[in-house]
Every structure is written in C-alpha cells, then in structure tokens.
Design a binder for this molecule. Sequence first.
Ligand SMILES: NC(=O)c1ccc[n+]([C@@H]2O[C@H](COP(=O)([O-])OP(=O)(O)OC[C@H]3O[C@@H](n4cnc5c(N)ncnc54)[C@H](O)[C@@H]3O)[C@@H](O)[C@H]2O)c1
Length: 256
Amino acid sequence: MSELLKGKVMIVTGASSGIGRAIAIAAARHGAKAVIVSDIAEAPREGGEPTTREIQSLGVPTRFFRTNVSQRSEVDALVESAAEFGGVDVMVCNAGITLRSDGADVAEEDYRRLMAVNLDGVLFGAQAAARQMKARAKSGSIVLMGSMGGISGAGMTVAYSTSKGGVVLMAKALADALGPDGIRVNSVCPGTIDTHLLRTTPGIAEAAEEFRKRTPLRRLGKPSEIGDAVVWLGSDLSSYVTGIALFVDGGLLSVI
Ligand SMILES: NC(=O)c1ccc[n+]([C@@H]2O[C@H](COP(=O)([O-])OP(=O)(O)OC[C@H]3O[C@@H](n4cnc5c(N)ncnc54)[C@H](O)[C@@H]3O)[C@@H](O)[C@H]2O)c1
C-alpha cells in the first residue's frame, strides 16, 4: 500500500488479537522490512499463526514469538530476536488486559496482575528496545498503548485507568530520557475500538453503546484505525513528534 515503513523492523506485543494484530498487519501493508508478532499465547482469538500468515502473504518476513510481557527476561529475549533482521526500529508495547471485576474495591491480586502486564510489561518492552537501539546506534520509535481510560477516569475501571494513565506519563518521561539518542516515545490512546477486549469486559461491553452515541463520529473504531496511527508514529513522517498522547477516538475525549 505504501513504503512508509520501508527498511524498518517492527515488534508488536499482544499481536495475536485485536488492536495488536491490526498494527502488525498495517506495518506489513506499509512496507515494513520485517514484523515480529508476539503474544503470551498463539491462540485463541484470531491467533498468532493466522496473523503471521497474513503478513507473509504480503511478502514481508515475520515470526511469531511467544512472550509474557510481565517477565523481563522474556521481553529481553523477544527484542533480542530482532537481531535476525538487523535490530528493532519500531517497538510497539501493546499487550494489555482489563479485569472482570475492577473499581474502587479492586482485589489486590487482580490489581497486581493488571499492573504487571499493563505497566511493568510496557516499561520492560521500552527498556529492552531502547537498549538495543542505543547499542546499534540506531534512532527509533517506541509506541506505548495507552487508552482514553488513561486520560479520563471511570469508576468501573480504577485499576485499568491508573495503569493507562501511567503509560501516558511513561511515554512523556521516556521521550525526555531517550530523545538525545534519537529515540522517540509516544503513546496512543484509543477510544472505543471493536475488539474481543471491548466485547467481553463486563461493564465496558454495556458502556460501549453509550460511548458510541456520545462519540462525535457516532461509531466504534476499527482496530485497523489504530494500526494506521501507529504506522504514522513509527514512520519518519512523525520525525519531530515525541512525548505525545495521540487520541484515536472519533473525538470522544474532546467532548463533554
Ligand atoms: N479495545 C479497546 O476499545 C481499547 C481501548 C483503549 C485501549 N485499548 C488497549 O489496546 C491494547 C490491545 O487491546 P485489544 O482491544 O486488542 O485487546 P485484546 O484482548 O483483543 O488483545 C490483547 C492481547 O494482549 C495479549 N496479552 C495479554 N496478556 C499478555 C501478557 N502477559 N503478555 C503478552 N501478551 C498478553 C492477549 O493474549 C491478547 O492477544 C490493550 O493495551 C488495551 O488496553 C483497547
């Protein structure tokens, strides 16, 4: 479709499904040199193998790499695997979870499990990518998956909102820390995007229709629309953009 990502190697976590899968496929459509599809599990949902097959059919080299992002050693191994293609240029820390029961009384165990994926896992990915980029004297782009829940709070998602607010600030702080090395770090904040996570999270699934009605564009977002935004942040078209939270939300965060 384009050569926006020509010569760039992209890693996407949480890419067996939903938004991550769409980002990986968008990267291939926009001419990435290679795309590493990573997830804690190959299946179920759309699946890692079907995702790599689709990327292969576009003529782009790809691998599925199993990674639990909450384990630092596994994330390090994932980023190391990009050496095969010449090292990572665009790191997308997308893997994230919601809780079946969130809110003011969120259980400690659930809270820690969510933070381990949504916050620790994102930091480990950004750190490993930045280390490799610096070692190879490469500039690069790191994209962290935030959420509209990281900008506006909601009583039914106290732990989730806290984690995503952290991700948005993490991108700003890392942008400052890594900018001198030519490494850009931004977050993307999706609104209501039609994925498995949205459809199966209690409370959110029901709220989605209300969100849709209040969204200026009056529809849910498609995973591919997040993919396109990440392609832009990964490409040189955004070469002077770092530290931002890019809202891809049909306008929802801009209205009351
Ligand atoms: N769907 C939305 O409306 C929406 C809105 C805002 C933000 N987001 C964010 O977008 C990202 C993707 O969400 P999605 O809607 O595609 O959800 P999804 O559930 O379809 O995909 C999330 C993926 O992350 C993987 N994952 C979970 N735990 C992991 C771990 N420990 N290690 C590695 N991978 C793990 C899952 O296996 C899954 O494939 C998440 O960070 C989510 O918070 C989604």
